[in-house]
Design a protein. Sequence first.
Length: 374
Amino acid sequence: MESVIFNAQEIAPWAIEVRRALHACPELGFELPETKRILSEGLNDLGIPHASVGGSLVGELGAGDRVILLRADCDGLPIPEETSLPFAARNGNMHACGHDLHAAMLLGAAHVLKKREKSLPCRVRLLFQGAEETLQGGAEVVRAGVTEGVEAAYMLHVTVGSGLPAGTVVIPPAGRIAPAADLWEITLRGGGGHGSDATLSSPLLTGAALALRLSELFPKGESGALTVGALQSGIASNVVPHEAVLRGSLRCFDDDLRRELLENMAQAVAHLDGMEGRWRITAHCPVLQNHPEPRSHAAECLPRLLGAERVVTPTVGAGGGSEDFAYVAAAVPACMMALSAGDTPYPLHHPKVVFDEACISYGIAALVGLVLSD
């Protein structure tokens, strides 16, 4: 175990450079040409065969009938970055959820595992997944067969502002740990015309009123959220727009409540006076559940590897953010863990969030340890 820590620390500077290269070129959804190029070059340098599968990059090393899957997402968000980092993105997108760290840690783990390939207890499948933020990538890789033959799957997701030292691993309990999510879109059409006519109907004003109404639908005290993330309408100050588009998300642990809320949203759109409304769900992922066996394995081996002070095992693990790793966890036994990336005044998905790269060596060690101690 000490040698794993040493190897992880040894390769961490290289992984940090990979992370910074990825951070500087965040790409969206499945459209990840530069991201895949960087990762593919790293895998080529290691002599690890890989291919594009289901819109993602999949590599494999080791031998034998047993397969363990290690997964990292690698897409970004359409958020203009506002950090002062020398490697900050300037293309209008941002790795504000830490997927650049995830991919760099997995590539670093691949480097360490490749050195030990002849002594690996199983085959290791490396999944660099696209389109997590759009909740599409997880379902696609499962449909493409990436989880076939997999005995257990693991992933680490960085978190900030937890108060835990960078590099601390949080292993949630078995059971439901992340809510189901629906991404939705509402298009309103009607009215519009010259800005001097106060009698004209405005989809923009109707959309604003609808956004307020929707934000009040989610019952207080329930776990989850109904969020309006965008209201787009109009381009000129002297024109009443003829269209407005609202986009948002619904996150919910309870299936009955989810169905009720979706029905209420549809009814709210259907009963807009004098306005044509179209409502649709653009993406969905189920509740994410940690399975008992891989979770127990992580809780047993990681304290021995990282030290008990670097591993937290809370009794309550449900969080607010959704994860399309849920599709993998629905197909094979799986465990999602969190990795502290330091404290910052800004949360995930904020244009000013900055991650502590000191967490990277611990993430690499954890991924390697999960395989070697299997």
